[in-house]
Structures are given as structure tokens and as C-alpha cells.
Design a protein around this ligand. Structure first.
Ligand SMILES: NC(=O)c1ccc[n+]([C@@H]2O[C@H](COP(=O)([O-])OP(=O)(O)OC[C@H]3O[C@@H](n4cnc5c(N)ncnc54)[C@H](OP(=O)(O)O)[C@@H]3O)[C@@H](O)[C@H]2O)c1
Length: 251
């Protein structure tokens, strides 16, 4: 349960090596977290990262999770929620793919779409169910500006994120009925390993800036945020831009 000051005491990160996810964990660590659970594919890296969060009697758990193996989601969540209630869960799993290659290969394209969409939706729904059962919790879902209006340069990634984004919008409403707070985060371009080697887009930010905005949203009870805030204005423009003009945008 959140402590008397409304601070979370246990945090679960799906995507335990995600730079944005870990930045959010770090931002939350300024408060009294008693248990941190990292779940992902790279056990060694997560174990090292978890050790860097060691503090007093804080419990650190590292769990194996490949989101594509949906039949194993419950095993991971049994361990995460079996160790006690989770106050904040962060869904930070995602793959950018390589649009130029993936659009020529159905299998590659569907892999990107599944990880970002159906596999992510499935895990998100399972986390949500657990939180509904415990009767409380905050579920942060990382979407993207790319979900708002997928474009020529990124429509495979954008299509995947659009599915997760739409689902999460519904979950926000359902969460209001069952006592689970759902927060949808739509970052613009964030400088992480996902975007390494790419040229900065307008309003590029670092992970800690997304993290600060996310933790602010948790504290102020916001449901949908853009990071940075200017990306919200970009989203409005993108939604309304006539297609011929959309085609002229650099990327
Ligand atoms: N960076 C950006 O510009 C940006 C912008 C908007 C939204 N986002 C979204 O923000 C989230 C975090 O991204 P990030 O920038 O922090 O990138 P990141 O550091 O590359 O993190 C992506 C995470 O997804 C995990 N992952 C990928 N495929 C997986 C699978 N099959 N099973 C389990 N885990 C898997 C990665 O694990 P491994 O270490 O095992 O690969 C990693 O932990 C993603 O959902 C991303 O789409 C990012």
C-alpha cells in the first residue's frame, strides 16, 4: 500500500533494462520503496542494476520475462505479486524495429507489432487484473507520440503502439471503476538505446525528463501525459494535419 504520504512502497518494472523505465524507478526511489521487482530478458544486467538500488532492508527481485511468451506471463506475475502487493507497475517493454527492413518482411513486421501491441496488451491486462484483485495500484503504460498518427517513416512501430494506446485509454476508464489508477505516457523522441544513432527529433528529451513528468502524473493523479509537454501540441497538429502535408514532414 502507498504510505501515509501517498508514496509507493513497492514497484514492478516490466522491461527491467529499459532506460525510461529505470529512470522512473530512480525518480520514485527518492521515496521509501521497500521492494523493487525488475522483470525482463537480461537476467545478468537486471541483477547488476537491482544491486545498485540496494538500501537498508529493501527487497530486490529479478524475474525472467520475455513478453512474446505469453503463456509464461502468469508465472512471472505470480512471483511479482506473490511477494506482496505492488503499488506501482510500469510497462516499459517495446521495440522500435527497423521500418525499412520490416516493411519488406511480414514476419519481422508482425514481431514488432505483436511485442508493442497484442503481447503488451496481454501483459498490461494481466497486471491490471492483479491490481484490481488487490484493490489498489497505479499502472503506468509507456505509449508514444507515434501512436497518435502513425506516419510513413514509422507506421509498423506506430501501429503496434496505437493498439496498446487505445487499449490503455479504455483501461483508464475501467480502472476508475475498480480502484486502479492507470496512467498513459506518450513520450516524443527520447535519447535511449532504442533511438541510439538516430538524429534528434524536435523536442527530444532524456529519460529522466520523462521520469519526472511520469512521477508528477502519479502524484497529481493525471491520466494521460505527453513528455515533453510540447509533444501534446504536436499531437493535436498531427491529428489534424491534411495527409499531403503529413507526407512532407521529415520523419
Ligand atoms: N526512446 C524513445 O524515443 C521512446 C519514445 C516513445 C516511447 N518509447 C517507449 O518507451 C518504452 C521504453 O523504451 P526505452 O526508450 O526505455 O527503450 P529501451 O531502453 O530499449 O527499453 C526497451 C525495453 O523493452 C524490452 N524488451 C524488448 N523486447 C522484449 C521482449 N520480447 N520481452 C521482454 N522485454 C523486451 C527491452 O529488454 P532487452 O534489454 O532484453 O532488449 C528493454 O527493457 C518502450 O515501450 C518504448 O516503445 C520510447
Amino acid at each position: 500500500m502507498m504510505d501515509a504520504l501517498g508514496h509507493p512502497q513497492s514497484v514492478f518494472l516490466a522491461g527491467g533494462t529499459s532506460e525510461i523505465g529505470l529512470a522512473i524507478v530512480r525518480e520514485l526511489m527518492s521515496t521509501r520503496i521497500e521492494r523493487l521487482v525488475l522483470a525482463g530478458r537480461n537476467h545478468t544486467e537486471m541483477t547488476l542494476t537491482a544491486a545498485s538500488f540496494a538500501h537498508n532492508n529493501r527487497k530486490l527481485d529479478v524475474l525472467d520475462l520475455d513478453i512474446s511468451h505469453t503463456e509464461l506471463h502468469e508465472i512471472c506475475l505470480d512471483q511479482a505479486f506473490g511477494g506482496g502487493d505492488i503499488d506501482v507497475a510500469i510497462m516499459a517493454i517495446g521495440v522500435l524495429g527497423n521500418q525499412a527492413e520490416d516493411e519488406l518482411d511480414v514476419k519481422k513486421a508482425m514481431k514488432v507489432i505483436r511485442v508493442n501491441s497484442s503481447d503488451s496488451i496481454e501483459l498490461t491486462m494481466r497486471i491490471f487484473e492483479r491490481m484490481a484483485k488487490q484493490g489498489h495500484g497505479t499502472l503506468v503504460v509507456l505509449s508514444s507520440i507515434a501512436a497518435v498518427r502513425p506516419r510513413r517513416a514509422n507506421f509498423i512501430y506506430g501501429a503496434g503502439k496505437a493498439g496498446l494506446d487505445a487499449f490503455t485509454q479504455g483501461l483508464i476508464e475501467l480502472g476508475n471503476e475498480v480502484g486502479v489508477k492507470v496512467i498513459l505516457v506518450r513520450p516524443g523522441f527520447v535519447r535511449t538505446k532504442m533511438t541510439a544513432g538516430m538524429e534528434d527529433a524536435p523536442f527530444s528529451v532524456y529519460p529522466h525528463e520523462v521520469a519526472a513528468a511520469t512521477v508528477d502524473a502519479i502524484r497529481k493523479n493525471k491520466s494521460i501525459i505527453y513528455s515533453p509537454a510540447q509533444v501534446g501540441a504536436v499531437a493535436v497538429a498531427l491529428r489534424n494535419l491534411p495527409r499531403p502535408l503529413l507526407r512532407k514532414l521529415p520523419r
